[in-house]
Design a protein around this ligand. Sequence first.
Ligand code: XMP
Length: 506
Amino acid sequence: MILVMDFGGQYSQLIARRIRECGVYCEIVPFNTSIDKIRQMAPKGIVFSGGPSSVYGEGAPKCDPQVFEINLPVLGICYGMQLTAYTLGGKVAHASSREYGNTRLYIDKTTGVFAEINPETQVWMSHGDYIAEPPAGFDITAHTNSTPVAAMENNERRLYGVQFHPEVVHTPEGMKMLRNFLFNICGCIGDWNMGSFVDQAVAKIKSQVGDKRVLCALSGGVDSSVAAVLVHRAVGEQLTCVFVNHGFLRKGEAEQVVKTFRDGFKMNLVYVDAVERFMNRLRGVTDPEQKRKLIGEEFIRVFEAEAAKLGNIDFLVQGTLYPDVIESGTATAAVIKSHHNVGGLPEDMKFELVEPLRDLFKDEVRALGREINLPEDIVWRQPFPGPGLAIRIIGEITEERLEILREADAIVYQEIKIAGLYRKVWQSFAVLPAMKSVGVMGDERTYAYTIGLRIVESEDGMTADWVRLPYEVLDTISRRIVNEVKGVNRIVYDITSKPPSTIEWE
Ligand code: XMP
């Protein structure tokens, strides 16, 4: 096991993820973890993350200097290397300008983490301070044009530092360097995998929950599904899942969730049919934010009522992923749309959270989903907004419009799957603007709805581009929707990126 000591860097989780990719189990611990605790955890090595501080800054995070005395290999990254240098008597200085972005690294000594690395290689830098002089006993192992000590090592004591970020993709040989540290220096084996993650997560949930009861708001998305199945494995009957059908789900979705979890996994599943209730609340509402707000509020009410019926519950499962943790931590980000997460915690409900996916990235959750035998349809499900089809009908929501959109959307889903694109694109769906136009069908004038197609590629939903779909696929989708869905006579393709548009239309 490897410990990642977190000094507040934005890449701490990414470091952990890279280590997991090497098949090595790792845990992230705060920078001030005590030596006793570290000894008790018995890691094979420690990685210091980067961080925004300067070692000279007031309140700069510092670890117990004893960390360097317990005969464990340490790899300091960015701030982590500066702290190593500072603690062991080297010189850290403020640079007149930051070194940022792609940088050429010249390797002076191809030992330690640089074993079999090209003597000239590209790395990603992001730092203000730099090391002017390494501590006694350390060799300079690499430099750049503006950083004299871009890497250092004390091979005898197995202490290493790199000023750049080996964990990001912009450092092409970064994984090789991490592997050198993990396997050559720390002696890790690399036999950890998602199966071991399941065992560890299940044990952790068991010890957190004990014999108490747990509630889970299941949405049918991959995150809440994986989280629910893990918790079910850990505590079985103590878990109750609540699935609220608000009426804005896609075709067949509600049935699939019930079938998978109640029949397949044999879980306690409370299915709440709130279709009419939501529809009544939303009738006549056209403002996008108003729709989101009402659905969010109503969802919480329904959920609370169900929780009250169940009685004493102490824990709530949330499928929070690591990127959600970062996002909710950025208080400065402007609210573009108020996101509503089905399963979002009602503020005044007093539950302790069970969040087994908190450290994982989306693709790791998918790998985990496969490991625990979730159906492919759920494992590969594209993101779907909490308010569902309600925010894909632009204008007032009516039963007729919902029905039309649901049918059109099902055709988009089928054709994108047939074309082998479903897993490749970020999202592919239909929208229904409450707008009619004139058409002609079988010599007759029609006056019917337009369906918009939104098919985008994206890494994380923050930015996106429209997919250059083959014309034949567009053509098939267009023909099928107009022929098969009554009430539609025109199809348009949304060719805007995000920004300036957003992925959803509302
Ligand atoms: P936008 O439309 O803001 O969407 O570009 C970015 C991503 O977020 C999804 N989305 C939501 N997800 N609750 C969610 O859980 C919401 O209220 C919500 N609104 C948008 C959207 O589908 C896209 O993947």
